[in-house]
Each structure stands twice: as C-alpha cells, then as structure tokens.
Design a protein around this ligand. Structure first.
Ligand SMILES: [Zn+2]
Length: 329
C-alpha cells in the first residue's frame, strides 16, 4: 500500500521519513498541486506502521491494514466536510478530545489537517490547545497551500517544512508519462497555465482548460476588433471558471505592464496572447493599465473569498474596461 511518491519528493521524503525522532507537529507548506497531501498520507502510514520496511510502511501489519480500511483508531483526519468549505470548530473539538486519549493500539497517534488554512479563527484557536499541550506520542501533520493565512501562534508551534515546486524539467518528464496522449507543446502550455504545478496541470487538462483558454483568447481578440460586445462574450464564457478568467486577465495586465517597462519580447507570456499583449502595451496608457489591474486584483480577491457575485455583470464590467484600454483618454 505504498503510496506513489512523486519523483520530485524523493529528497523531501528522505528528510521526513528518515528521522529517528519526531516533533509534535509539522507544517508541510507549498503551492497547490504538487502532492503535499499524498506526502503527508504516506508519512502518516509510515508513522503508524508497526514494522516499517526501510523508510516505508510495511503495508501488512495490523496498523497498516486498519489504516488501509479506514478504521485505524489512532488516526484522525481533519478536513472540511465539503470541498472548499471551512473546517468547523466542532470538528476541531473532536480532534482535541482524540489527542488527549491514550493510543488504542499502543503506538503513536497521527493527525492530518488539510488544508490547515480552512480553519477559521475559532477552529484555529481550538487547535492551539492540542499544539500547546502535547499528549503522549502524537504527531500532527498540517498541510497548507496558503501558510500566510495561518495564525502565527499555530505556525510557530510546528516544525515548518517547505515543499517546493518541482523544476520545469522534472515536471515535464513526469507529465509526459501522466499525459501520454498530449504533445510536448501542449504539456508545456498546461504546466504554464497551472503556474508550474504538475498535478494541477493534469487536472486542468481534465477540465478542458486548453479549449476554454482558446475560446477566451479568441473572444478577447474579437472584443478588441469590436466584432463582439462585452455582454455577448460574458454570456458565452459560462463554462469557464471565474477564478481562471481572473487569473488570466491579471496575468495579461501584468505582462502588458512588464512589456511597457522593459520592451522585452521574451516576457510576453504564452504564444496565444503575445501579439495582443504587445499591441495593448503599445496602445494603452500605463496609468489606465494600472487602474484596470488594481480593479482586477480586487475582484479576484472577492472571487477567491466566494463572495456572492453576479458573474455575467462582473465579466461584462471587466470586458468594458479591457476594450477601453487602447486609445486616448
Ligand atoms: Zn505496517
């Protein structure tokens, strides 16, 4: 039942699993989509196993079998009950009473919290109690994609372990196996759209992100040629995730500003928008681009915060501003 280690985690795995002694709590942090959860689960199995083989869980002892069946009594996974929702304070209270119990199998107890930033303030404060008063041989593994959102008092009680993005070359080698049907160029594009996270690249591929991107780029070009109105486009992009749209437009505004400053043609981003970015950089006043970028970043925060937004109106507002970038005034 050895879990897949991603090749880029090999050194990290040696560091984590090669210890003879464990601290009370670890914070595994790094970008989304690089396999931190898989790493934490593998470490959890290793810590619970009664007769590890090398650095790995044996997969055969009682502890391993119970863990595989999801019935290990000394293992606790704290995660949102629904994806993208908060971890509730009641869930943390359950965890706190788990931590003070004696281990039923007589070995360690291991807790996995993921994503740790899903704890709101009350939940995080409740967890602090368990971090402050370690009981018995309990190891807490916190996993976070956004460690800046964690309480400083929570972070300071954990041994922090950064999980870096794999290099582009390593990611591309792995993606060639994960997406054998795609071309090398497509894989490079996906990885770039996923901000360098190989697992995120695979899931973007599954969501049809390249087709969505092509649709949006096509739309932006028509918008600038005044062949299509903002309202039409806004409705036509129904199937494209709002956050993705804001990521792209934030990215493009950044590329426009960079090109205005540097005139560096290497820094124009992905091929599909290079000409448009260059055109907008040449034709638009910098102050206007900055204003649009400020607006985009502020709206992106609202999208991230899952504010109740009128999608079509928001996109229309975005496109009206985008269309007015080139030209005077
Ligand atoms: Zn075992």
């Amino acid at each position: 039942m050895t879990r897949p280690v991603y090749p880029w985690q090999a050194a990290l795995w040696q560091t984590l699993a090669g210890r003879t002694q464990y601290a009370h709590a670890y914070l595994l942090h790094g970008p989304l989509g690089i396999g931190k959860r898989a790493l934490a689960e593998r470490l959890m199995a290793r810590l619970l196993c009664r007769s590890p083989v090398g650095l790995d869980a044996c997969g055969q002892c009682k502890a391993c079998l119970l863990l595989a069946a999801g019935t290990h009594p000394d293992n606790f996974i704290l995660e949102p009950e629904e994806a993208d929702k908060a971890i509730k304070v009641d869930q943390v209270r359950e965890l706190v009473s788990f931590v003070v119990q004696t281990a039923q199998l007589g070995g360690r107890k291991v807790v996995l919290v993921e994503p740790a930033e899903a704890m709101n303030l009350n939940a995080a404060n409740a967890l602090l109690k368990s971090l402050e008063e370690p009981s018995g041989d309990t190891v807490l593994l916190l996993v976070s994609h956004q460690p800046s959102r964690l309480l400083p008092t929570v972070k300071s009680r954990c041994v922090q372990q950064a999980c870096p993005l794999p290099s582009e070359a390593d990611s591309l080698v792995w993606l060639a196996q994960a997406l054998p049907e795609s071309s090398a160029e497509e894989r490079r594009e996906l990885l770039s759209l996923a901000a360098g996270s190989p697992l995120a690249a695979v899931s973007l591929q599954g969501q049809g992100v390249r087709e969505q991107r092509a649709q949006v780029v096509e739309g932006v070009k028509k918008l600038l040629k005044q062949q299509q109105a903002p309202s039409q486009l806004a409705e036509g992009w129904n199937s494209v995730p709002l956050l993705l749209l804001f990521d792209w437009f934030c990215d493009w505004s950044q590329l426009i500003l960079r090109y205005q400053l540097t005139k560096d043609e290497e820094g124009l981003g992905l091929g599909d928008m290079r000409k448009v970015v260059q055109y907008l950089a040449d034709k638009s006043a910098q102050a206007k681009v900055l204003a649009v970028q400020d607006w985009l970043l502020a709206q992106r925060q609202k999208v991230l915060g899952k504010a109740n937004l009128n999608r079509v109106l928001l996109l229309e507002a975005l496109l009206v501003q985008w269309a007015s970038l080139p030209g005077q005034g």
